[in-house]
Design a protein around this ligand. Structure first.
Ligand SMILES: [Zn+2]
Length: 221
């Protein structure tokens, strides 16, 4: 990738940030995004607002995750490193505090692997079979990294950090952002379909194990 490729990725990162912020998927300075480069990683700066990122001030890290240029990186850099190191095919990682996915992260028990049922095909296709719930850690706690690495080592493309929010990887920046958006929509559906008197609100129909298998076989798991 030449300088043009990196410049285009910086622009794309800022455009996705603006879009996520405009739709309320990130508020204030919540959320951060990383993109793998041939010679390192681009990362949103610490205390930056996804709605107002400046391509020239994006943090650049070397392959050892040392800060090279731009503003200082997010203090959640180790969360991104856990994914990028455990999933060599991942080109980008998106972490949000999006409302519905975070609500599920407050309801689900740490260790659970399917806190959102397979309600729709696009959730299965984008997020996959499992969504492990990683125990709660204070943001920036180094102990979070091995916990995420352990969860992703079993093949997960996304995790929910208990009482914190989702972390999602993708082959490309677009893939990772779209998967994070699909996860938020699936969480919203799961919450909409919860509860209520059984007679008025029968349990939602999920995709069957055979339908999930068919999607993962056809579109890759
Ligand atoms: Zn966070």
């Amino acid at each position: 990738m030449g300088d043009d490729g990196e410049a285009a990725l910086r622009q794309a990162l800022c455009a996705h940030g603006r879009s996520l912020f405009a739709r309320g998927l990130s508020v204030g300075t919540a959320g951060n995004i990383s993109v793998r480069l041939p010679d390192g990683v681009l990362m949103t700066p610490t205390n930056s607002c996804l709605g107002r990122l400046d391509p020239a001030r994006i943090s650049k890290l070397d392959r050892g995750y040392n800060h090279l240029s731009g503003d200082r990186p997010s203090k959640e850099v180790s969360m991104h490193r856990a994914f990028l190191e455990a999933r060599p095919e991942a080109g980008a990682v998106v972490h949000l505090h999006s409302t519905h996915a975070t609500a599920i992260a407050c309801l689900a028990a740490p260790g659970e692997t399917a806190p959102i049922p397979p309600l729709t095909p696009y959730f299965v296709m984008r997020v996959g079979r499992s969504l492990p719930v990683v125990p709660y850690f204070r943001p920036g706690d180094p102990a979070m990294e091995p916990a995420i690495a352990e969860a992703t080592a079993r093949g997960a493309r996304a995790v929910l950090l208990a009482n914190h929010g989702p972390v999602v990887c993708g082959r490309t920046l677009d893939d990772a952002v779209y998967a994070a958006e699909e996860l938020e929509e699936a969480a919203k559906l799961a919450l909409l379909l919860r509860g209520g008197p059984r007679e008025a609100h029968p349990a939602a129909r999920t995709l069957t194990p055979a339908q999930v298998e068919d999607l993962l076989t056809t579109f890759g798991g």
